[in-house]
Design a binder for this molecule. Structure first.
Ligand code: SME
Length: 137
């Protein structure tokens, strides 16, 4: 990460870079716990604007990760019943929780227009990205 800029600017740069460089990362964004509420709020992202700027805990893939504290890899979004569609082009999704001092404070969310593209390498890589982000928050 660069030494300059606010955390928001750095996270924006990460989103822009990942979305540009990884062919199957079509939408890349961070969600964070919204104050004391049991909901997620959209932070920096790259890709198409989404209507889902607030997501209640438990709702969708993101809301489930807010409660489970675990990675969620979805090879086929159409096979999920608790899923919030952002774009009809999206085929798959990966959500990795972001921990600060052991607390689940948010997540990185990636949508792909490719079916079943995510591997354990993506999980390890995005865990690493989140660790780096937690250090600047
Ligand atoms: N698909 C997500 C909602 C967020 S959009 O992907 C940007 C979900 O089911 O939680």
């Amino acid at each position: 990460l660069t030494t300059k800029g606010t955390p928001e600017e750095k996270m924006q740069a990460i989103c822009d870079l990942l979305q540009k460089e990884v062919t199957y990362y079509d939408w890349v964004g961070f969600y964070f716990k919204n104050g004391n509420k049991r909901e997620l709020k959209l932070g920096p992202y790259a890709g198409e604007p989404t209507d889902h700027t607030l997501i209640p805990f438990g709702k969708g893939i993101c809301g489930q990760v807010a409660e489970s504290n675990q990675n969620f890899v979805v090879p086929d979004v159409q096979a999920q019943d608790n899923y919030i569609a952002c774009s009809i082009n999206v085929k798959s999704e990966i959500v990795i929780p972001l921990f600060k001092n052991g607390e689940n404070i948010g997540q990185i969310d990636i949508d792909s227009n490719t079916p079943d593209p995510f591997t354990e390498a993506d999980e390890r890589f995005l865990e690493f990205v989140n660790e780096k982000v937690s250090q600047i928050l």
